[in-house]
Design a protein around this ligand. Structure first.
Ligand code: G6P
Length: 442
């Protein structure tokens, strides 16, 4: 990496990209990015152009010599990259809106990464990421793949199982969001808080929490039990937890656990929202329109605060800190999605988990937690089974495997309902699911 770092961002036209640019600018003194290639597909070229121009203004204002390139030619961009970040959405927000609306018709949670929506996002995304992996293998075999594309856990699982890429890390902002939420509830600086994270993506628990190195788990649990402390992300309702349940659970759930532990209340809220303000995708579509209007302004040369209305807050901190620590062999601790390697006893060694890792030049080294407490463990294992079967369905395009994945998802109430939802969603998304209509070889 002597020539300076080359980063390629696939899905560069995303409204989140200014987060990333800000993160690289902030760290330029230790992470000298020379080239940043923003890649998108033809349908995204207008957005890509807007983001590219904003990125150029941002680096110019900051006075850092990062060359910004925009291109629709992924292969041209990937040549000799050091890091490839992925943040794309197959079928765009329209597809997400279908993932959120169709299950609701069957009285089932409609969510981007959970339940039927999560399955379909995986079915659409995994073949694309595996194609990208093939390009990486050929054009930049030493590069690290840093994936943000949802469902990030299932995507990491698929890359580990079905590609030749070993240097892959899945990332999510949920753990940072939890740490920030805890710091806010306790009114302390986040740098003083450390959380032992373990579980899966969007299914991660804080097993212990420390303030200046001293465990404060009990008081954090008490503050979670207080309905005033929502501790959630912008995209997830902050419905209050049943205090005695949280106390009995004894670990810190993430915002997404509400879909599993408060299914009926979340469903009621979702249905009401869908009929009034729209599903989250529909809300985000409006937010995006406003954001891109703002991004177009030649006077804008920083990340606008309006971006904080999105669920992906701290996204750049997660991505840029990870790249920084790999590049500089920092050996600090960060929660990422990686091969379990025995860190969580009840999850297969070769599966992707979200767990604290020491981040080194050779990648994340997972820190063993022993195991997740028995009451929380079963759900984690069930979701891992779901992710594995879903990834297999995505790769093979096998209908029965997809039905199996849908049925074993804990948010789906029966095999019959699973089949009804599956059939409707396969039809609705068929344009983005060629593996289910053509024969596939693996
Ligand atoms: C959370 C999740 C991300 C997800 C985002 C959605 O932060 O961790 O995985 O992409 O929310 O936010 P949005 O604003 O698109 O609903």
């Amino acid at each position: 990496m002597t020539k300076g770092i080359k980063i390629v961002t696939i899905g560069g036209g995303s409204s989140y990209t200014p987060e990333l640019i800000e993160g690289f600018i902030k760290r330029y003194h230790e992470l000298p990015v020379r080239e940043l290639w923003l890649v998108d597909i033809d349908q995204g070229k207008e957005k890509l152009q807007i983001i590219g121009n904003l990125a150029k203004r941002m680096v110019e204002k900051a006075g850092v010599p990062i060359d910004i390139h925009i291109t629709l030619d992924r292969r041209e961009a990937l040549k000799d990259a050091d890091f490839v970040t992925t943040q794309f959405r197959v079928g765009s927000l329209d597809a997400r809106a279908k993932d959120e609306r169709i299950p609701l018709k069957y009285n089932v949670i409609g969510q981007e990464t959970n339940g039927p929506g999560g399955l379909f996002k995986g079915l659409r995304t995994i073949p694309v990421i595996l194609d990208i992996c093939k390009d990486i293998e050929e054009l930049c075999p030493d590069a690290w793949l840093v994936n943000f594309t949802n469902p990030a856990g299932m995507v990491t699982e698929a890359v580990l199982r079905y590609s030749n890429i070993k240097k892959v890390v899945g990332l999510c902002n949920v753990p940072i969001g939890m740490r920030m939420g805890i710091a806010k509830a306790l009114e302390v600086d986040p740098s003083r808080i450390h959380v032992d994270f373990a579980g899966l993506n969007h299914m991660v628990f804080g097993l212990n929490v420390y303030l200046d190195g001293v465990s404060i788990l009990d008081s954090v649990i008490e503050s979670m039990a207080d309905p005033k402390n929502e501790m959630t992300m912008k995209n997830i309702s902050g419905l209050a937890w049943e205090p005695d349940f949280i106390r009995a659970l004894g670990v810190i759930p993430c915002g997404y656990h509400r879909y599993y532990y408060k299914t009926s209340e979340m469903l009621t809220e979702e249905r009401e929202a869908a009929e009034t303000v729209g599903t989250r995708a529909e809300v985000v579509q409006k937010l995006e329109k406003d954001l891109f209007e703002l991004y177009k302004s030649p006077d804008l040369d920083i990340k606008p605060p309006q971006l904080e209305k999105r669920g992906g807050a701290y996204y750049s901190d997660a991505a840029c800190s990870l790249i920084n620590s790999i590049y500089n062999d920092k050996r600090d601790i960060q929660p990422v999605n990686t091969r379990n390697n025995g860190a969580i006893a009840s999850i297969p060694v070769d599966s992707a988990v979200e767990v604290n890792c020491v981040i080194t030049k050779e990648g994340p080294k997972p820190i063993s937690v022993g195991d997740i407490p028995v009451a929380a463990r079963g759900l984690v294992q069930q979701i891992k089974s779901f992710e594995r079967v879903a990834a297999e369905a995505a790769v093979t395009g096998n209908y029965k495997t997809a039905l199996l994945a849908m049925t074993i998802n804990p948010l789906v109430p029966s095999d019959k309902v699973a089949k009804q939802i599956l059939d409707e969603m396969l039809e609705a998304h068929k344009q983005h699911l060629p593996q289910f209509t053509q024969s596939v070889t693996i």
